[in-house]
Design a protein around this ligand. Structure first.
Ligand code: HEC
Length: 243
């Protein structure tokens, strides 16, 4: 009887001991992956996200003071500015006026392009000028210094029309320097002119004598006339900020 030959087991691809080590390593690797992902998912938000969250929380606050307390501090960047979503920015401004102070100033608006008034308007304006301004400011617009100032190329003519509307309605007095000459005279109120007349004459002088400024509307004149209805005495140059 011959010894039964023990069937030789096929040699395992990976020896038993190594296999169990590999299993252990795989187990830990999987564990590390899970823990890593969980850490990644619950990571602290970026500054902007955090700000947005604080802002939204502040907007939901029960009282203004509570909202302000939330906003002041946590939502502020290291450079002192607040970064909030555009759509909530206005609400934040209402919640905390201090935010407004921390915003960087917006770039200056681009000056409106010059639009020449139509011929009919300029013609009407020229007629009003001939009737109400020409005796003092002359057909050339250059006035008669040192009694009547020039209105050619002067900033009051081409600037915000509010002042000219005011002193056409109620008159002007007090010291004023035009082209280096100081006048201290008085321009009387221009009587018998409608809102349309004043708009037309200002449009005309703003687009004549070398001046180049946009038209004035009757609505603008009406608004000033209404706002200054109680005024009976001439404006003082200093009062209008004119020098
Ligand atoms: C009776 C003369 C007289 C009439 C009419 C008159 N002005 Fe004047 N105007 C003056 C005087 C004088 C001053 C300077 C007032 C001062 O010294 O404070 C002046 C000032 C001005 C100024 C500001 C200064 C400058 O030169 O830019 C403007 C603009 C102006 N007038 C426009 C007009 C217009 C437009 C009319 C017609 C609707 C008009 N004036 C009618 C006498 C007049």
């Amino acid at each position: 009887m011959s010894e039964p030959t023990s069937p030789r087991e096929p040699r395992p691809l990976i020896p038993g001991q190594v296999a169990s080590w590999l299993g252990l390593v795989a187990f830990f690797a999987a564990g590390a992956l899970v823990v890593g992902y969980a850490t990644y998912a619950s990571r602290p938000a970026t500054t902007t996200d955090a700000d947005r969250r604080v802002t939204q929380k502040a907007l939901r606050a029960k009282s203004e003071s509570e909202g302000q307390a939330l906003l002041t501090g946590a939502a502020r960047h290291a450079d002192g500015t607040f970064r909030v979503p555009i759509e909530t920015a206005m609400a934040v401004l209402v919640a905390d006026p201090k935010v407004l102070a921390s915003f960087k100033p917006a770039p200056a608006p681009v000056a409106a392009a010059f639009v020449a008034a139509d011929e009919a308007t300029l013609k009407r304006g020229a007629a009003v000028y001939a009737r109400t301004c020409i005796v003092c400011h002359q057909p050339t617009g250059k006035g008669l210094p040192p009694v009547f100032p020039s209105i050619a190329g002067t900033p009051i003519v081409t600037g915000n029309p509010e002042s000219p509307i005011k002193f056409i309605l109620q008159g002007l007095m007090g010291p004023i320097t035009v082209d280096g000459i100081t006048f201290n005279s008085m321009m009387p109120p221009v009587a018998g002119v409608t809102d349309e007349d004043i708009a037309d004459v200002l449009t005309y002088v703003r687009q004549s004598f070398g001046n180049k400024a946009n038209a004035v509307t009757a609505a603008q004149v009406k608004a000033v006339r209404t706002a200054t209805a109680a005024r009976t005495t001439p404006w003082n140059t200093a009062e209008l900020g004119l020098k």
